[in-house]
Design a protein around this ligand. Structure first.
Ligand code: NAP
Length: 549
């Protein structure tokens, strides 16, 4: 490991002329752990968040049915034995209110709120090339100086709405699913529309259908989904989980996605069709992402293998949906299973057997406009009291684009990233000195807290290294960034997902420049263990690829 010094005489005194030594933007899963690490070191640090309270994703996404697709216990922070011992997850896949409670529990336990300021919208941040200092400009008129800025803004924090004609004219309630109202919204007896069929819609549709007078789902493209198989965690099961935590985190660290699910490394064609079927039958009934991540790796690369497995899932859908016409509409025809992020569902397909639920096929009868009373498609006018847009996010780069980030020589990050993100190790960007990203673009796609801890555990020693050496500025070497970007690109080669209309590839029909085919290399596909190794090696070699002054 590069020389570090956690015994710097008094870290707090460094850069005492600046407001803070480090500012973290975002009080979500990553920001909370980052501030914990900095607080432990005695760093003068601040967390800014645009929301009224902490929690990030889990503060925002409070739509009915919002819950983990990760096993709750693999979503735990691993850094504190005390937290692991004290916290009881009550469900295998924790619902949003419990997760938000968990994040509050952690923050309160370590008095982290005292470092946080809420309702703080960062408008711009400008790097002073002479002084090697960032100035952060807030919408409330304040300016904050700091040596380092650390983004904890998450990957899916900027919702995107469609651009339908007449949206503003709708006289009922309408909102993006991630901005579900905080005050209770009773949908009993209401006529509700959901636009979209991604992971969010697939969670909320069954819940809304239970109470609404009628629910109309506007699906533009079908999405593969598989059962979550959620269930409670009893006291004794939680005790067993606590015993296993070390093993759980060790397993997460060696699997590509940071879950307990380990891929089946047998060759798809090395086992008989009967054996394949037996594996899939078992995985379909097991909790969580196993059906995606414990599957044969060949399904991610080999069209034929993928098609065979997709047929298997299609037949499951046919068995669950009574109306064969609706079943066919719910089976994706434009992509195979697992090449987009797989939504996990609880009774999603059976929801379409209800009398109060209608599926509108956007491929044949697209939405034409929103009217004061509802939605018009190319064929029919519908009336609604509530419209929920579950239409996704400006993934990875959206949150950065919303801030005018000006680095060395006044260069703007949003210009550099116009055609997609370019980073070094998913953590830094050449030309943007002293700017760090937790789970930034081009980090390994992973169970979020596992990736967040990895990021924080890399960023924190880097700062210690700089303080120990009296460095005031880091930047990234041009060749190192170019090589990393090439490596990120290479990792997309051969993967079926590179053709997908998915936020993994930067597709978002609601943003100009994010059309299908304009590939944005948003994620690192080399898997968590390889990514962790590359981070570690860079650090061990004195932060290879970076230079300091
Ligand atoms: P998404 O997967 O991007 O899905 C957006 C949906 O809206 C798609 O069905 C899309 O159709 C549709 N849509 C977008 N614009 C439209 C338009 N103009 N007209 C008609 N339809 C439109 O977004 P998401 O469901 O919010 O999920 C995003 C990610 O968030 C997930 O992949 C997941 O990683 C994360 N998430 C996680 C959880 C969890 O862990 N439990 C839960 C929810 C979400 P097209 O497919 O045709 O573009």
């Amino acid at each position: 490991m590069a020389e570090q010094n956690s015994q710097i005489e008094n870290i707090t005194n460094i850069d005492s002329h600046l407001d803070y030594q480090a500012v973290i933007i975002g009080a979500g899963v990553a920001g909370i752990y980052q501030i914990k690490r900095l607080a432990d070191l005695g760093v003068r640090a601040l967390v800014l968040d645009a929301n009224a309270d902490l929690g990030g994703t889990w503060y925002n996404n409070r739509y009915p049915g919002a819950r983990f697709d990760s096993e709750s216990y693999t979503y735990s922070y691993s850094f504190s034995k005390e937290v692991l011992d004290e916290w009881h997850w009550t469900e295998k896949f924790s619902p949003q209110p419990e997760t938000l409670q968990y994040l509050n529990f952690v923050a309160d336990k370590f008095n982290l709120r005292e470092y946080m300021q809420f309702n703080c919208w960062v408008e711009s941040m400008v790097f002073d090339d002479e002084a090697n200092v960032w100035t952060i400009h807030l919408a409330d008129g304040r300016h904050i100086t700091t040596r380092f800025v650390i983004s904890g803004m998450g990957v899916l924090s900027t919702p995107t709405l469609p651009n339908f004609e007449g949206m503003a004219s709708f006289e009922g309630k309408s909102f993006h699913a991630s901005q579900w109202p905080h005050e209770p919204l009773d949908l009993t007896g209401k006529r509700v529309a959901v636009v979209g069929s991604g992971a969010t819609a697939i969670q909320l549709i069954p819940e809304v259908a239970k109470v609404a007078k009628n629910l109309t789902v506007f699906q533009r493209r079908a999405n593969w989904a598989a059962p979550l198989n959620n269930g409670p965690i009893s006291m004794s099961e939680m005790d067993e989980i606590r015993e296993r935590y070390d093993d759980i985190f060790a397993t997460c660290a060696r699997t590509p996605g940071g879950f307990e699910h380990e891929p089946d490394r047998r060759g798809f064609y090395d086992v008989s069709p009967q054996e394949r079927r037996e594996l899939w039958d078992r995985l379909y009934d097991e909790p969580g992402f196993g059906i995606w991540l414990q599957n044969f790796t060949d399904i991610f690369f080999d069209e034929k293998a993928n098609a065979e497995f997709s047929d298997y899932i299609a037949n499951r859908i046919r068995q669950r949906v009574k109306d064969p016409v609706v079943a066919e509409l719910l089976i994706p025809k434009d992509h195979g299973f697992g090449v987009q992020r797989v939504p996990m569902e609880t009774g999603y397909f059976e929801t379409y057997n209800r009398d109060n639920v209608t599926l509108v096929d956007g491929a044949t009868t697209p939405i034409v406009r929103v009217t004061p009373t509802g939605i018009e498609t190319s064929e029919e006018a519908f009336e609604f009291d509530v419209i929920v847009y579950a239409t996704g996010f400006d993934a990875f780069t959206g949150a950065f684009d919303h801030i005018d980030i000006q680095g060395a020589n006044g260069a703007r990050l949003r210009d550099k990233w116009q055609a997609g993100p370019v980073t070094y190790l998913g953590a830094t960007v050449r030309g943007f000195p002293n700017f760090l990203m937790l789970v930034g673009p081009q980090t390994a796609a992973s169970n979020f807290p596992r990736g967040a801890e990895l990021s924080v555990d890399w960023v924190t020693p880097l700062l210690e290294f700089m303080w120990a050496h009296g460095y005031q500025r880091f930047d990234v070497d041009e060749t190192a960034e170019a090589q990393w970007f090439q490596h990120v690109k290479d990792m997309y080669q051969g993967m079926l997902l590179r053709h997908a209309k998915s936020w993994f590839t930067g597709y978002n029909s609601n943003i100009e420049g994010h059309e299908h085919g304009k590939m944005r290399y948003n994620i690192y596909n080399g898997g968590g263990p390889r990514y962790a190794r590359m981070l570690r090696e860079a650090a061990e070699n004195g932060y290879e690829g970076m230079y300091f002054r």
